[in-house]
Design a protein around this ligand. Sequence first.
Ligand code: G6P
Length: 376
Amino acid sequence: MMVEKQGFKHFMLKEIYEQPGVVRACLEAYFTNDPSSPINLSLPVELYVDLEQIQILACGTSWHAALIGKYLIEQLAGIPTQVHYASEFRYAPSPLTANTLTIGVTQSGETADTLAALAMEKERRSGRELKYQPRLLGITNRPESTLGEMVSQIIDIHGGLEIGVAATKTFIAQLMAFYALALDLAYRRQTISPDQLEEIITSLRQIPKEIEATLERQENLIEQLAHDFAETTDFIFVGRGINFPIALEGALKLKEISYIHAEGYPAGEMKHGPIALLDAKVPVVAIAMPGNVYEKVISNAQEAKARDSRLIGVTPVNDGEAAEIFNDLLPVSNVDELLSPILTVIPLQLLAYHIAARRGLDVDQPRNLAKSVTVE
Ligand code: G6P
């Protein structure tokens, strides 16, 4: 299939702009208007029955999506959830736990480490007593992939073909799959009420237009801001709670396509190391969205400012407190903290994109990286 850039300078930028449509496709696929059966993942009851634990295996950006999945599953459905790098898990698997769902997350469905970790898990559980039997679920953009052949239950993320090596729209699509899965688990286990569920689904349905508003608000602003960082050599990204994985993802995007050293950190851990790196040459990007860690992130950001770092805040629009603290603002719509990662990642994708483009780099095909890594 021939895919065009449709007037965008790079596929990555085109794919960033496709995200509202991807979220709409996921909403359409995963949620219904039928109050008696609001979530439509078509997963069999055997996957859920007596479920005690979940383990998620993934690599790269998919691993970041898995961390947000863990947050959602634990906070909404109350099921203990572990996230493993597939490349680590395959050589040092956790002890076998009973009634455990194993989820493999891979956009391409072809990443060698993720497939091998899943195959190992399937093999070591097969033939054991019922409670240890494998229960496998794949989350992928390509149900027809090797993952699809290996795992009988799949959540299709509806991302459409992604050309840019650095994942953008497939990350958002993976997040949508995790919102649907966590809500489905919570609904079945009655850890949230039907009213709460309806409220969250209603808010999710607003997200596509909030992404559009964020893109509209940000593009020129971030393109301008990127000029200042064309020569920067180090960046720190911080976030907490559900936005900590977004700090990791923001740092990864920047590394992948601009070749700038970047670290993502939980904001509260900055004082245990990264703070020693800070000075006027090291900008700090903080994700500070209203919710139970907002004041904490603001106070962590102030610690960075005291070390002369330029402070960039991913904050809600019209946040007066943030405007006083941050040197630069990347405002997103003010949504519930639980849903905020779908918005806070957008300016970080654009920041990485515009810095790389400004440096004249091959955004869609960064050096040394491959779209899917089919060797160990
Ligand atoms: C490669 C790509 C990354 C991707 C990772 C996992 O490293 O460059 O963008 O996140 O593989 O890919 P997967 O297809 O398993 O999600």
